[in-house]
Write a protein that binds this ligand. Structure first.
Ligand code: NDP
Length: 476
């Protein structure tokens, strides 16, 4: 597939290519141009050329285009999901959910377009003020490979509705779904240049987006180290920044929880998308009174997961997205055994055999009794590995949950309202779920505390973050 700049497919100036492989089979599925800073400059020119026309449309007109795009995405959801599974690895049923999630995001923003207003402030004898929301201008979006479709929706939905134009860079392993979606948006009536997708490496295309002086806001999702680099690069130009940098979400299961429901919550919370989700359950704290039975039930369910090529029927978990991601996870688990920092209850290695050798499959893994300083607890585990710890009471659970540099999400599984309130008040996270984990519908703000990043995506909060206020002061 080719890059999409100014509503047209283009090879880019350099005519070098990036191979896109299926992580389940190692087979080449397509190639995309390896873009350069010159391609970013062309995309910015295209975005700039259409900026004032797009900004002048009413929010309702922009919302109608998003609504048309959502309808086309729903019509083509099977083809889009297949592309997503082939480049990312997730099971087809998860890919379908993600594509529908993208359509829901566009529908949500289209839906609020008619209700978005400014403010009138009356100051008595001093006068009256009218406050309106204006778009920021050209925005840059840099997205990761774990949920490329959903995260693209989180960025383009509010940005385009607010009247901005955008240059978006997908991850190098998952560019195809973004390119296909951009073409659908153009077909839905988006004026050429409003959304441009430039493929290429983070160092070349990503940094050129961050550094371009006409790009006024950067929205990035990915690794902490990359986020920090982007923050430093952008700091000289006073750009608006939204950085979603992952998490190490704790899940707390109290002794009054519905055990079977919590087991299913942990299973989905951790192993959905092969564990490669920012809001996945990454540390599990279970009350000691129920930990034996809970862990046994969870082990049985984990061992029943069918791992394989996501295009095949009945698959619960696909491969990891790349060899590098699998190595990273294997390294963290190997450290547990080498340093005697925990006990592997199931899994703990790559899957081998004729159906697995060409892909990046890793066994769904449970590790118990993990030492507090182990990397499995201090770093973000972006794969199908779940550390479980038994805790004597709620105080300890809260204390352990907060022992992290991240603060994206957290959940508590309980039937007690007082427990819920304490966790909500005391655990540091941008979202606290009760008897649920991982779900982030378009209506709710999403983003973390501490090293999980800055800014909020989703909901009307994101719409505000892609605009700035302008005030008319009438001194009668
Ligand atoms: P990265 O942060 O490197 O990748 C995310 C995006 O940033 C990709 O589009 C990437 O491009 C781009 N990028 C990379 N370097 C730069 C740069 N210098 N300037 C601008 N953009 C850049 O994450 P990784 O893919 O290396 O994943 C590493 C770890 O990060 C994971 O194991 C996980 O722990 C965490 N992560 C968390 C995510 C989340 O949603 N919270 C998502 C992805 C990763 P390219 O693909 O071309 O390198």
């Amino acid at each position: 597939m080719l890059m999409r700049i100014g509503g047209k497919d283009t090879e880019g100036v350099d005519r070098r290519w990036i191979d896109v492989m299926n992580p389940a089979t190692g087979v080449l599925i397509d190639r995309v141009p390896s873009g350069t800073p010159d391609d970013v400059a062309h995309a910015v020119d295209a975005a700039d050329a259409v900026s004032s026309t797009w900004k002048k449309k009413s929010m309702r007109e922009r919302g109608i285009i998003l609504f048309h795009a959502a309808r086309l995405v729903r019509e083509q959801h099977k083809d889009l999901a297949k592309i997503l599974t082939m480049e990312q690895g997730k099971p087809l049923k998860e890919a379908i959910d993600e594509v529908r999630g993208f359509a829901s995001i566009l529908e949500f923003y289209a839906g609020i377009s008619a209700h978005t207003t400014g403010e009138a402030i009356r100051l008595g004898p001093a006068g009256d003020c009218m406050v309106v929301h204006e778009p920021i201008g050209i925005c840059g979006a840099i997205i990761p490979w774990n949920m490329p479709v959903l995260i693209m929706g989180w960025k383009i939905g509010p940005a385009l509705l607010a009247g901005n134009t955008m240059v978006l860079k997908p991850a190098s392993t998952t560019p195809l779904s973004s390119l296909k979606l951009a073409a659908i948006l153009d077909k839905a009536g988006l004026p050429p240049g409003v959304l441009n997708v430039v493929t290429g490496s983070g160092e070349s295309v990503g940094e050129a987006i961050v550094m371009h002086p006409l790009i006024k806001k950067i929205s990035f999702t990915g690794d902490c180290t990359t986020g920090e680099k982007i923050r430093r690069l952008a700091s000289g130009q006073l750009k608006d920044l939204s950085l979603e940098l992952g998490g190490s979400d704790p899940m707390i299961v109290m002794d009054d929880a519905e055990i079977d429901k919590a087991v299913e919550g942990a299973l989905r919370g951790r192993f959905y998308n092969a564990g490669q989700t920012c809001t996945a359950v990454k540390r599990l704290y279970v009350h000691e009174k129920i930990s034996k039975i809970f862990v046994e039930k969870l082990r049985v369910r984990v061992e029943s997961l069918k791992v394989g090529n996501g295009l095949e029927p009945g698959i619960d978990m696909g491969p990891m997205n790349s060899a590098g991601q699998r190595e990273r996870i294997a390294g963290m688990v190997n450290e547990i055994t080498d340093k005697c920092e925990g006990k592997i209850l199931t899994g703990g290695c790559s899957l081998t055999g004729p159906s697995y050798d060409a892909g990046f499959f890793y066994h769904p893994t449970l590790v118990s009794d993990v030492s507090p300083g182990a990397r499995l607890l201090t770093d973000e585990i972006f794969g199908p590995v779940l550390p479980l710890m038994s805790v004597p009471d709620l105080d300890t659970a809260i204390q352990e949950a907060n022992r992290s540099r991240y603060g994206l999400g957290a959940s508590v599984w309980t039937t007690n309202l007082a427990t819920t309130k304490r966790v909500f008040d005391e655990v540091h996270a941008g979202i606290i779920w009760v008897n649920r984990h991982i779900t982030v519908p378009p209506e709710i703000p999403f983003g973390g505390m501490n090293e999980s990043g800055i800014g909020r995506e989703n909901g009307s909060h994101a719409l505000e973050s892609y605009s700035r206020t302008k005030t008319l002061f009438l001194g009668w």
